[in-house]
Design a protein around this ligand. Sequence first.
Ligand SMILES: [Fe+2]
Ligand SMILES: [Fe+2]
Length: 271
Amino acid sequence: MRVLFIGDIVGKKARIFSCQIIKEYKKLKKVDIVIVNVENSAGGFGVTPDICEDFFFAGADVLTTGNHVWDKKEIIPYIKKTEKVLRPLNMVEGTPGIGLTRITTEFGCIGVANIMTNLFMPASNPMFDYLPQLMEKLKLDKDLNFSLVDVHGEATSEKMALGYALDGHVSAVVGTHTHIPTSDYRVLENGTAYITDVGMSGDYNSIIGMEKKISMNRFLNLNTKNSRLEVSKGEPTLCGVLITTHDNGYAKSIKPLRVGGILDKNKFSKE
Ligand SMILES: [Fe+2]
Ligand SMILES: [Fe+2]
């Protein structure tokens, strides 16, 4: 199976560009399954039902989120009714929506979970308390062809620990949230593909996707009134990973994908 996971979509330009790429890759059969983190897809903050529908129409199979999931309130009634848009699994009891799903596709049954780390993140239940549940529900077997955990968080150590804990149980553990891609993508010893952070899909001539002057002022002028953060409007880079798996669901390879904008290496090498 070939799976494309796309990191945090930041704003409209990145959203439209990612939908084009998803459509193209699915049409050309370059990928079988597409999973997208959409937590910043609505103006940098949250996601709306219409945006989710746009991604599904383009060919996305499951959407994940993170700490920004509730920034647009209209997502609440929508998330309650769908099994394909996830919020972090370890949000406190009574939180709308689900954090783990198993769906049937033309390529077999796939399982996806979204979970949030604890260090330097908004309060949620301890992530590692959910390890037995992840292992039980996402363990590859004859009924589950692919499984992926989107671990959303700031601390690289926690993400790595979760990756190793799930090695040999799931197809892939991929990190999101920092908006900066890491280069430690690899298949771990027991067959699980891993990357600490996929990186955002957005304009990298920015501070994590936001207009850099406004964002910089928050650091430089500590005593001035903060102005509202805005999505940076330059050409976006789509940051993702392409994961290929064996018939048993374990990972054969994981490779970074960077298309468009200033992180596109192909573009860079042509100059
Ligand atoms: Fe994000
Ligand atoms: Fe986040």
